[in-house]
Design a protein around this ligand. Structure first.
Ligand SMILES: Nc1ncnc2c1ncn2[C@@H]1O[C@H](COP(=O)(O)OP(=O)(O)OP(=O)(O)O)[C@@H](O)[C@H]1O
Length: 284
């Protein structure tokens, strides 16, 4: 497999404004020397303590910011800004409240200047793909949280990006809806062969979704480990079997938890939150 995404010694620093009483600002290093290849079509999940630079990394891939040093390449070309080859789904649905579900999905296609009829058709197909057939005319306030996130996913997929960047997209949903959407996302990923980079705080979610889990260290975020997750054919496992109860799944979950444990303690010392063995967090 060829690399779809390449990060080459990526470091990202932010200038922090001086606080009151200070004459000069300071430099905050969010990411340090991150080198990572994501093969075409891979589903990569990214975990790390709070403040380890996960969103910073996703912003770099999305072209929303640029590295202080190093290179970010997609399809061998340096990322110079946002582009329709990369779809982004955030934790908050970011839908336009005045547009229907269908019109929200059409939005990206308007940017692509597709003819109106084709736009409609493609938007409908993608609402169908995320299981929202029949909800085209609903406004966001008429949809549940899970449905809104489905619309956001459909909107990102409609312009057929080759890379899907997801920043904790299911974090605001209840456990049942989250599990349902995880399965939907896996199904869509298999259908579309999109390369996915998915940020999560949930260790279980990272193992369930990822073919590979990237673990970041506490700030400055460095790539601490890459864990290949081999759970066989998940499509078969979904036929009623609880993959999360599989001993291999439990083993992977423990491995990631152990990798994160020290990092989280270090982040905690800096005033961050604590990750529990089940992947949830609580205040330190
Ligand atoms: N624009 C910015 N200016 C200054 N500092 C920033 C900026 N963006 C992020 N940071 C800092 O960079 C570090 C990494 O932030 P980032 O949001 O990438 O972490 P994260 O791993 O996504 O955290 P969380 O899990 O809490 O969402 C943090 O210390 C954050 O305060």
């Amino acid at each position: 497999m060829t690399a779809k995404i390449c990060l080459r010694s990526v470091t990202k620093e932010f200038l922090v404004r001086p606080s009151r009483g200070q004459s000069a600002g300071s430099v905050l290093r969010a990411l340090e020397d991150v080198t990572l290849d994501v093969p075409d079509g891979q589903f990569l999940t990214l975990v790390g303590p709070s403040g380890s630079g996960k969103t910073t990394l996703l912003d770099l891939l999305g072209g929303l910011s640029s590295p202080t040093s190093g290179e970010v390449l997609v399809d061998g070309a340096r990322v110079a800004g946002p582009g329709l080859d990369r779809g982004i789904v955030f934790q908050q649905y970011a839908l336009f409240p005045w547009r229907t579900a269908l019109a929200n999905v059409e939005f990206g296609l308007e940017q692509q200047r597709l003819p109106r009829r084709e736009r409609r058709e493609r938007a409908r197909q993608h609402l169908d793909l995320v299981g929202l057939n029949g909800f085209e005319d609903r406004y966001p306030h008429e949809l549940s949280g899970g449905m809104k996130q489905r619309v956001a996913i459909a909107r990102s997929l409609a312009y057929q990006p080759s890379v899907l960047l997801m920043d904790e997209p299911f974090a605001a949903l209840d456990a049942q809806t989250r599990e349902q959407l995880q399965d939907e996302l896996l199904r869509i990923w298999r259908t579309t062969a999109t390369t996915v980079v998915f940020i999560t705080h949930g260790i279980e979610e990272a193992v369930y979704l990822g073919q590979r889990v990237a673990v970041l260290s506490s700030r400055p975020g460095r790539l601490k480990a890459l864990v290949d997750v081999d759970l066989g054919d998940r499509a078969l496992a979904q036929d009623g079997a609880d993959l999360r109860a599989d001993p291999r799944f439990v083993e992977y979950r423990h491995q990631i938890w152990a990798l994160l444990h020290d990092e989280v303690r270090r982040a905690q010392d800096a005033g961050h939150r604590k990750i529990q063995p089940d992947g949830t967090e609580r205040a330190a």
